[in-house]
Ligand binder design. Structure first.
Ligand code: G
Ligand code: G
Ligand code: MN
Ligand code: NA
Length: 250
């Protein structure tokens, strides 16, 4: 298809960009790290969402090539940040089915010179389940050298609490659906409280996603949520804007 051909060309010509969105401490608004988010603005097709081109790349077997260039660019950008902030990078389900993923990630980090302790990988529950043995081995190999693993979009899709007792995660990202409803819907607030209590017991760090308003940040802080992410703190921006953001935010 035209989209597939355009995506191939974009990967080959290295024209897919990485943007960065801050993840902050809710206690004091300090920036702790950034999530890398792929951005593709094609000259003919215009802006294409990663929600479209990442699944297409998986399906057509070029997710490895795409992800390698994105991680390389993200790692290079992270090395220019003025402090040793963490870099959070999304892994797709196809990558968790491929036993070569851990060594290829480590090779990119080594080449770029980024300490594995600064990398966090965001994965979804569905991705872990799709090829459980391979996924567990990849996760174990990466954690052994200091890479941390975040459970993304927690509370949506095929979430199962049983996954949390496997102790393969360091962090849980509460899906923005709960945050956006929290101040209008008591049920969402109760769910967030329960997730925070559970994660404290399991010694999992928690990030609330999709914070768009001061009232949401204030409520989450009062509930004891350690970290937040969302348009209220900053939208995803390119690496130059990210450097400027860091000059004006702690
Ligand atoms: O970036 P939003 O801004 O539109 O992202 C849409 C979806 O695409 C999200 O589910 C996000 O996790 C995913 N996504 C964004 N960048 C990447 C990437 O570099 N790799 C993978 N696997 N998924 C990504
Ligand atoms: O699936 P994942 O959580 O990786 O995707 C993150 C998605 O959420 C990206 O598409 C990103 O652009 C988007 N996002 C980040 N902050 C906000 C926010 O405050 N509000 C909304 N609506 N989307 C957000
Ligand atoms: Mn994510
Ligand atoms: Na998420």
């Amino acid at each position: 298809t035209q989209l597939e051909q355009a995506l191939r060309n974009a990967i080959i010509s290295d024209s897919i960009d990485v943007h960065f969105q801050p993840i902050v401490s809710l206690a004091n608004n300090m920036v702790l790290g950034f999530e890398a988010l792929a951005r593709w603005n094609d000259p003919d097709l215009g802006f294409v969402s990663p929600a479209v081109f990442v699944p297409l790349a998986e399906e057509r077997g070029f997710i490895d090539a795409l992800s390698e260039t994105l991680l390389r660019k993200a790692a290079e950008a992270a090395l220019a940040w003025p402090r040793e902030l963490f870099l959070s990078f999304n892994l797709s389900s196809a990558q968790l089915m491929d036993p070569g993923t851990s060594s290829s990630i480590l090779a990119i980090l080594t080449r770029a010179g980024l300490d594995p302790h600064r990398l966090e990988l965001e994965i979804t529950e569905t991705a872990v389940m799709s090829s459980a043995d391979t996924a567990h081995r990849i996760i174990a190999d990466l954690r052994a050298v200091g890479v941390r693993i975040s459970l993304d979009d927690f509370g949506t899709g095929q979430s199962s609490l049983g996954r949390l007792r496997e102790f393969i995660f360091d962090k849980v990202k509460i899906d923005r659906a709960f945050v956006s409803r929290m101040n209008s819907d008591r049920a969402s607030e109760h769910i967030i409280k329960a997730v925070l209590a559970m994660c404290e017991g399991l010694e999992l760090r928690v990030v609330a996603e999709g914070i768009e308003e001061h009232a949401e940040a204030a409520k989450l802080k009062a509930l004891g949520c350690a970290m937040g992410q969302g348009y209220y703190f900053g939208k995803p921006t390119d690496s130059a804007s990210t450097l400027r953001y860091l000059q004006t935010h702690y």
